[in-house]
Ligand binder design. Structure first.
Ligand SMILES: [Zn+2]
Length: 201
């Protein structure tokens, strides 16, 4: 009887510990696997967005290049929008890529401003925003913006950008786009005249 008790007790006391260890081990494994899985899924989603955004850039660049060639500014056609490939523009744009709306607009909607656009307009002279010069406020509290004239080669690139974008994204003509947003554009009078002549406005 004594013999049975001595042998039996350790078996009874060890069993739950072993089971517990096994359960904890399984739970840990499941948790680690789960974390790896979630991380990988996020990475796959981001990589897919990066690839799709890259393809969009290439498509847009190709149509702009064709227009630039027609306008005799081939080199600008090659270098157009290359800053979109820099990490400071590429990463936020890929993050907010949807395929149906502008990543810049999506970034603005999400955080109130766009880091990608802030850099883009600052280094690309084919955007009219490059030429605006805010200078204090008028008596009505409106910011005074003095637009500088754009060099002709950049007016041409801006035109090619709009025509190329319309062809790449198939969202109407460049002229229609300009007529829709012209009141929001701040152009120097000379720039406005030359640009509208190109568009046929
Ligand atoms: Zn651009």
């Amino acid at each position: 009887m004594t013999y049975v008790v001595i042998v039996y007790m350790p078996i009874v006391s060890m069993k739950p510990v072993k089971q517990k260890k096994k359960m904890v081990g399984k739970a840990l494994k499941k948790m680690v696997n789960g974390m790896i899985y979630v991380q990988s899924a996020k990475e796959i989603i981001m990589l897919t967005k990066m690839w799709k955004h890259f393809k969009t850039i290439c498509k847009h660049k190709w149509y702009v290049f064709l227009e630039c060639r027609k306008m005799g500014i081939t080199w600008q056609g090659i270098t157009h929008d290359l800053s979109k490939l820099r990490p400071c523009e590429f990463i936020p744009s890929a993050k907010y890529y949807t395929g149906t709306s502008s990543p810049v607009a999506n970034e603005r909607n999400a955080i109130g401003y766009s880091y990608a656009w802030r850099h883009h307009k600052g280094v690309n002279m084919h955007h009219w925003q490059w030429y605006i010069d805010p200078d204090g406020w008028d008596e009505n509290g409106q910011v005074i913006i003095n637009p500088a004239p754009m060099p002709d080669k950049y007016i041409k690139e801006m035109y090619c950008d709009m025509v190329g974008a319309a062809k790449a994204y198939g969202n109407g003509s460049a002229k229609d786009y300009y007529l829709k947003f012209q009141n929001e554009w701040v152009l120097h009078s000379e720039t406005k005249e030359k640009f509208e002549k190109l568009l046929g406005v």
